[in-house]
Every structure is written in structure tokens, then in C-alpha cells.
Design a protein around this ligand. Structure first.
Ligand SMILES: [Mg+2]
Length: 230
């Protein structure tokens, strides 16, 4: 009998790590460099947004034409990633509670496949995780450099997992701290697990219909028990 495998797709900011300042600064500087405008980043609520969405919304506020935004998006994402990588040694990223112990536990169990779904540009996501010594746990993901819409990132991560592992049957879970993570999971047709230690409360995440809500990743036993019950 085939045992079930479980693909667990973690969000990065306020789910695995917190405290990055250089990422936001790199977005501002990258936009200035490529589009020649000074974006008012303080006007956006960034939680759960993909980097492409952040860049697009900022440029729209600055009155930049949609066609110009699209034509230079790749170049802008490359510039942002380069700026982050040049300055990342000064980024003060820290781990969210319970993360290391959860990753150690799931990496010991062959039924679990850890992955990422984050609005971060791929190299920025791995850059942040390497600063806190957890990048080695991940080799599959969907990133803000892949698509503007978050639910597409879930689908991309699932496809990459199938291709990499050579199996197409596993159950997929999105773990994140914002309503956008929950919505992305629902649109992609996978399970959603909300973590209330980020920017949103348990009540707020409940409203969006998360399949499970945890106070933090310190509740790793509850998380593992829920996943294995599916
Ligand atoms: Mg987040």
C-alpha cells in the first residue's frame, strides 16, 4: 500500500522569519533605478503581497503606465534581488518561534516534503533563510519572481514538487500568517494552516476559513497531527 506524502508549503515573512528591513529598501531602490520614480512604500500594507504586486501597485500610485510596468518588470525584479544580495549581510532577520525545531522534526520523516510559497523573489527568500541557517531544509517552492498572483505560486510549487520527486500524489498544505495565504490555498484547492503569531489574530484568520489555526509554530505537535489526519 502506498503511504501518503505531505507537501508543506511555508510562507517566509512572519511565518518562518521576521525583521527584514533590507528587502523593503531594495524594492524602493530597485524601482528608483529602473523606473526613475520614488515609490511611496509606506502607503501599502505589504503583508502577504507578492513582490510583483508590490512593485506594480507602487508604480501605479506613481502614475507609471501599465505597459511600461510590464515591459520592465523582469529587469526591476533582477535589480531588487541584486540590491538585496549586496546588502543582505546587514539585514537583521530572526527566526519565528518554534521554526527550527519543527523543521528538524519534519526533515527526519520521509512522508513530509518541506517547501516554500512566498511573495519574495526567489533569491531574496533563500537569502533570508540562509541568514538564520534554515535554507538547507528547502529545495522546492513558488516565489514572487514566478508570478504576480499568490495562488499561482501554490500551483507552481506543486508542479515543481511533482517534477522533482517523480510522484504526483501527495496532499498539500499552505502554512502562512495572513488572509492572503489562506485565500491562495483555497483558490489552489489545498489545505490552509494559519499561524496567528504574525500580523493577524486567530479571529481574523478564522474569518477567512483556514482549515487549522495555530498560535505559533511552537504548536508543532498539533500541526503534524492535523497534517497526518488528512
Ligand atoms: Mg507572511
Amino acid at each position: 500500500m502506498n503511504k501518503s506524502k505531505y507537501l508543506i508549503l511555508f510562507d517566509v515573512d512572519y511565518t518562518l522569519v521576521k525583521g527584514s528591513k533590507i528587502h523593503k529598501e531594495s524594492i524602493v531602490e530597485g524601482i528608483k533605478k529602473i523606473f526613475g520614480v520614488d515609490p511611496p512604500i509606506e502607503k501599502l500594507k505589504l503583508h502577504g503581497m507578492t513582490d510583483q504586486q508590490i512593485v506594480t501597485d507602487l508604480l501605479k500610485i506613481c502614475g507609471v503606465d501599465k505597459k511600461i510596468i510590464e515591459s520592465k518588470m523582469k529587469e526591476c525584479l533582477t535589480a531588487i534581488a541584486q540590491l538585496y544580495n549586496i546588502n543582505k549581510s546587514t539585514d537583521k532577520v530572526t527566526l519565528m518561534e518554534g521554526v527550527r525545531s519543527l523543521l528538524e522534526e519534519i526533515s527526519k520523516d520521509n512522508d513530509f516534503i518541506p517547501g516554500l510559497v512566498t511573495g519574495n523573489i526567489e533569491s531574496i527568500a533563500y537569502g533570508k533563510l540562509s541568514l538564520v541557517g534554515i535554507s538547507q531544509y528547502f529545495s522546492i517552492g513558488g516565489f514572487g519572481s514566478d508570478h504576480i498572483e499568490r495562488h499561482k505560486l501554490v500551483e507552481i510549487a506543486v508542479e515543481r514538487a511533482k517534477a522533482k520527486l517523480g510522484i504526483d500524489r501527495f496532499k498539500t498544505f499552505v502554512v502562512g500568517d495572513t488572509p492572503k495565504d489562506i485565500n491562495a490555498a483555497k483558490k489552489a484547492g489545498v489545505y490552509s494552516i494559519g499561524i496567528a503569531s504574525g500580523s493577524f489574530s486567530r479571529e481574523e484568520l478564522e474569518k477567512y476559513g483556514a482549515d487549522l489555526i495555530l498560535e505559533s509554530l511552537l504548536d508543532k505537535d498539533k500541526l503534524i497531527e492535523f497534517i497526518k489526519s488528512k
